[in-house]
Design a protein around this ligand. Structure first.
Ligand SMILES: Cc1cc2nc3c(=O)[nH]c(=O)nc-3n(C[C@H](O)[C@H](O)[C@H](O)COP(=O)(O)OP(=O)(O)OC[C@H]3O[C@@H](n4cnc5c(N)ncnc54)[C@H](O)[C@@H]3O)c2cc1C
Length: 391
């Protein structure tokens, strides 16, 4: 058993940290102005390209960084330190775009990898959230293409994206379509103000008789759910990694504050009630980082059972997002009144970590996946990876 990072992993971690530290300087601007100006987006784009961390989930031959899942988790953990979801400016195209035909790849995926265009993923609807089977957005076949009618909610990066990957019901089953945002009939109806202040918004869109050609079907008719579901393992592991990074930043700040802030003539770190919060936070972070690394490593092994890894990724997402929520709550407490001030990163992280228990499957949905795996296939989900390799 060897837990050392390889030289390459160490190099990736320090590159990601360097980029994160550069991006940190835009956090307060993002919070104060509810986003960043176009010239800042340009600066960030250049910095991302210089770091070589663009499209870390895409193969090198298409211009991505071509990282393994473990390497991606190492990078995402660093980026997760950022507030304002500035980590999302380090673009990571939707994995579904791997299903592009060669022509679609040239038009959609390659420009996204280069940072010239931006994608967004539109699955959720007013009546289809945790249960995406309840789709009301319909694509009807017409000569040469499809006409789409319906509504999509919570489309992250929808304000900034050029096109969306949209899930719609068809006569062949749920299917994905590449839909340019400026097509006639696509309307951004409402940009809700959420609890957090993210650099990108999550607008609601309506689609009225939107025509897309046959060539814009992504990954085959009827494949929509399978393609969307097939990437949950990776996406959930990345959420786990980012929330751990966020919690670690919170704890670093809270620890430094606790040893320097004096009350009753002594540093607040000398009070055992504060020490308890620091210790519990260290436990939450250390244990979740180890487990997330373990599952990311397993996801990289070709021989690993995919269903088991899927359930393990659900454990990682559930555990890390809930643990990080606990950590940041304690960090706010340690900062006292200052912890409630938006100028302090712990306040922003407190609001921002909340959504990690909701998106990419709520905590309840993760529990259902884990319990389902236990009931159907026994306790194999608890196995340590080396047991599978040794068999
Ligand atoms: C900021 C933000 C960004 C988002 N970005 C995107 C995006 O880019 N693209 C996209 O398509 N979607 C996006 N979403 C949508 C997100 O994935 C959904 O909000 C999430 O899946 C939950 O769906 P819902 O909000 O409809 O809640 P519901 O599904 O209505 O759930 C409400 C409550 O019921 C619980 N519940 C539901 N079913 C069960 C069950 N079977 N057993 C027990 N409890 C259950 C849930 O856990 C939850 O507590 C985003 C959401 C937010 C808040």
């Amino acid at each position: 058993m060897d837990f050392h990072y390889t030289p390459r992993q160490l190099e990736l971690r320090s590159k990601a940290r360097e980029l994160t530290e550069y991006l940190e300087k835009f956090e307060v601007d993002c919070e104060t102005n509810n986003g960043l100006a176009p010239d800042v987006h340009d600066l960030v784009r250049k910095a991302v390209l210089e770091s070589g961390l663009q499209a870390i989930n895409m193969p090198r031959e298409w211009g991505g960084a071509g990282l393994t899942i473990t390497e991606q988790a190492i990078v995402q953990e660093q980026l997760g330190r950022l507030t304002g979801a500035i980590w999302d400016m380090v673009w990571r195209p939707a994995n579904a775009l791997r299903f592009c035909t060669p022509e679609q790849r040239e038009k959609y995926l390659i420009p996204v990898i280069k940072g010239e265009r931006r994608d967004c993923y539109a699955v959720t609807e007013p009546e289809a959230g945790s249960d995406p089977q309840n789709l009301m957005t319909i694509a009807s076949k017409v000569d040469g293409g499809w006409v789409i009618n319906g509504e999509k909610w919570f489309v992250t990066v929808g304000d900034h994206a050029d096109f969306m990957i949209l899930l719609a019901a068809t006569e062949y089953g749920p299917s994905l379509f590449l839909v340019e945002k400026d097509l006639p009939g696509v309307r951004m109806e409402r940009v809700p103000r959420f609890m957090h202040t993210f650099v990108y918004e999550h607008p609601e869109f309506t689609f009225t008789d939107v025509f897309v050609p046959d060539s814009n079907v992504l990954g085959g008719l009827g494949q929509g759910y399978d393609i969307t579901r097939s990437w949950f393992t990776e996406e959930r592991l990345m959420i786990a990694a980012r929330t751990i990074g966020a919690a670690e930043r919170g704890l670093e700040l809270a620890r430094d504050w606790a040893v320097t802030r004096h009350q009753f003539g002594q540093p607040i770190a000398s009070f055992q009630l504060i020490q308890g919060m620091l210790a519990d936070s260290a436990v939450d972070i250390a244990v979740n980082r180890a487990y997330t690394h373990q599952v990311a490593w397993e996801a990289d092994q070709p021989a690993t059972d995919r269903k088991t890894v899927h359930a393990k990724a659900a454990i990682a997402k559930l555990s890390a997002s809930e643990a990080s929520g606990r950590v940041i709550d304690r960090c706010v407490q340690i900062f006292g009144g200052r912890g409630y001030d938006r100028a302090y990163p712990v306040e922003r992280l407190y609001r921002e970590l909340r959504v990690d228990r909701i998106w990419e499957g709520t905590s309840e949905i993760q529990r259902i996946i884990i319990a389902g795996e236990l009931i159907k296939r026994g306790i194999g989900v608890l196995s340590f990876p080396t047991e599978a390799v040794a068999r």
